[in-house]
Design a protein. Sequence first.
Length: 570
Amino acid sequence: MKKRLFIYTTLIIFTGLLCFFAASVYITHTNNLNIAKYTVIETARICANLYNNDIDVSAFVKVGGDTRITIISPDGAVLADSRPLDVGAMENHLNRPEIQAALSDFPTAHIRYSDSLGVDFIYYALKVISGNSYVFIRAAIPVAKIDAYLFQSLPLLIMILCIVTLFCFAFSRGMIGRIIRPFGSVEQNLRLLSSGEYTPELASGSYDEIDAILKGIDEVAQVLLLSMTALREEKTKAEYILNNIGDGIFAVDVNKNITLINNAALDIFNVTPDIAGKNLNYLCFDKALGDAVDDCVHNEKATFFEMTHNGRIYIVTVKILPGTILTMVILSDVTDNRKNASQREEFFANASHELKTPLTAIKGFNELVALNNKDKNICKYIDSITRETDRMLTLIGDMLKLSELENTQDINPESVSLYKTANEVRGVLSAAIDEKAINFEIIGDAAVSAEPGHVYELMKNLIENAVRYNNQGGRVSVTIKRDRESVWLVISDDGIGIPTEEQTRIFERFYRVEKSRSQRNGGTGLGLSIAKHVCALHGWRLSLKSKPSVGTDVTVEVTQVRHIDKNPEI
Ligand code: ADP
């Protein structure tokens, strides 16, 4: 910048001086010309006044010196000339513009080329009456002579021009240096800003305006320094948290290049930090992960799936990092949870099996005792044992069903009519329906591809709840609707409903809103858990809408696309 500023300033000064010089030369030349014209006119007038008939014409014109005096007869013939010329051989001068001007009594000076002397002259002629006739007296000065002084002083002028130019160069150089110098130190200081080593800039003291600019830059730099320090601290904190988090986290840009990766993710994929900047393929070849990242990068679609890597099970979440174009991948290790869950399930199944056999025996013995007993007091106890063993057997039955559903790897689907299944359930629950005088209806029908036993369990548990948690004379309706994509099964009742805060928990196993009432009604706390597992196994969507004292709607959406989630609890 300094160099360019210097070149521009120099050029401007030089051009200015040159223009001034040229203007001076032009003005001097014009002045000289006017003076020369005036001299020629004066000389012609003096000569005209001095001229008379008796004069020796040739002696008269000799006084000319540099000034050329010519006497011309009325017919244009040259009578005499102050220059040593052969007047007899000279051309007729009547047509010369200065002679024509004199002839018309409006004499004017003319600059033109002299054929006789071969140079430019300023001519002026006067008509002088002499006796009965007249002559023209013409004075002329060579044009070259008028600028003789100018040309003589030109070298001196050019020298002065050069000295002034050099002086201006030196002055402008010094001045530009003084203006630029403070900016140089500001630049160096700003470079240090990124490393946080900025020191406040002091006023240069040379120019007020520059001091004001430096002060402004200094204030902005200090604000920047504070923001950068705060940002650096935030970054350190974020990096600390990211690197000490248990889940593996990494982010990729639109080209699937890794832009960020934490320590846990480095351990999961057994790579070093220099993986940052490389393509996702360098990190992992898993197709599901690659597809999910692709889908997120191109369609901003968030995905949640399970992945097994190096013998560990991960729940992988792929989603766009809000406010950025980065795709985040979070890997949560659920291997231990799964192990614990499967141990719990195993215990659950074993305990149920172990309890079922003695309970069945107790039930059998109790029935035998009931047959042979006539004592009314003992009958009371026998009824109590019958009720409790039935409840226990129902509970164990539900536990075994749940355990069986959890262990089901695949299903054998058949076409199942939802209407027929609902009707079958109505038959099984007819005693309870009649006892509460429930208005029961089944509307519509549709066939779904599913395992019949599972559909029966699903509908039995949902319809049983609708009857069980209903009021005397209540209404239960099973509505079956379909469109091109899905089938909807809606079980509605106008019973006691479920408080909003309980609605998210009722799908947990053994969770009951009111334990005593549920137990009294024969509930085990496993019905909705079984329903949830059936839906998860078939890839159906189960949802519930309920309002206390108004009723409950449970909806199962059966989609054509089947997706098996064997672990709906996670
Ligand atoms: P339970 O065998 O006790 O009925 P569920 O898992 O089937 O267990 O249901 C869990 C709890 O949800 C029940 O205890 C009950 O309080 C509530 N519940 C389920 N369905 C209904 C319904 N249709 N109306 C009111 N409450 C319901």
